[in-house]
Design a protein around this ligand. Structure first.
Ligand code: ADP
Ligand code: AMP
Length: 219
């Protein structure tokens, strides 16, 4: 049966950073809904045109569009053994849709790392985030700067500040998270799949804790 890990936590806490490392270490695919939307926007697809205004405001893209995009992605061959889901699900409707689609893919949500940190940390992290144009590699002006200013260490592409990483938009994204995504914490806790991780620690320490707790639980 395919293994799916859902990364849960507020915007800016470090889900993407950790998901990339976990994907490398486990061999599972990394599926980031935010990266998929940004790719559609870059390529000016119909989906990208629809999604853009939601991303710019920091609101959630409607469930049906998001679910359709993820279903298509999880159907690709690299997800056959499973995936690290980063940014999906974000609503109860999406979580239910995920359960249904995983049945079709002979998979299940195994573990749900829930990374948290104080709001001041989230704002500081998101507002200093630098993202790579080509592949979405993640840096931070202060906490994880690239070797050469403005250039991605891994693929040499340009780094940019995401439109939705302005402080006002980050604040809205945190509000949206509290209203629409926080209920999933209890949903997964009830299912016994939640692993709580203190995200205020260093990147390396968070990775260690994540790997330890996934190993302990048999993943
Ligand atoms: P998310 O996917 O949860 O929105 P990211 O992984 O993109 O978060 O991280 C947000 C920002 O915080 C990035 O600039 C990243 O480099 C930085 N960051 C991530 N984890 C840590 C950490 N443990 N300590 C300091 N900065 C971090
Ligand atoms: P992220 O890269 O995870 O910070 O997501 C960036 C933005 O993409 C969010 O603020 C939303 O506008 C949109 N988005 C990402 N994932 C979802 C989702 N699961 N449901 C709805 N909108 C999403």
């Amino acid at each position: 049966m395919a293994t799916f890990i859902v990364m849960l936590g507020p915007p800016g806490v470090g889900k993407g950073t950790q998901a990339k490392t976990l994907a490398e270490k486990t061999g599972l695919a990394h599926v980031s809904s935010g990266d998929l939307f940004r790719e559609h926007i870059k390529n000016q697809t119909e989906l990208g045109k629809l999604a853009k205004s939601y991303l710019d405001r920091g609101d959630l893209v409607p469930d049906d569009v998001t679910i359709g995009m993820i279903r298509e992605r999880l159907g690709r061959v690299d997800c056959r053994v499973g995936a690290i889901l980063d940014g999906f699900p974000r609503t109860t409707v999406q979580a239910e849709a995920l359960e249904t689609m995983l049945k079709d893919f002979d998979g299940q949500v195994d573990k749900v790392p829930y990374i948290t940190a104080a709001e001041s940390i989230l704002v500081e992290r998101a507002s200093g985030r630098l993202t790579c144009r080509a592949n979405g590699h993640i840096y931070h002006q202060k906490f994880n700067p690239p070797a050469k200013e403005g250039i991605c260490d891994e693929d040499g592409s340009q780094l940019y500040q995401r439109e939705d990483d302005k402080v006002e938009t980050v604040t809205n994204r945190i509000r949206v998270y509290i209203e629409q995504t926080m209920p999933l914490v209890d949903h997964y806790r009830r299912g016994g799949r939640l692993i709580e991780i203190d995200g205020s620690q260093s990147v390396e320490r968070v990775t260690e804790e994540l790997l330890e707790s996934l190993e302990q639980t048999g993943k």
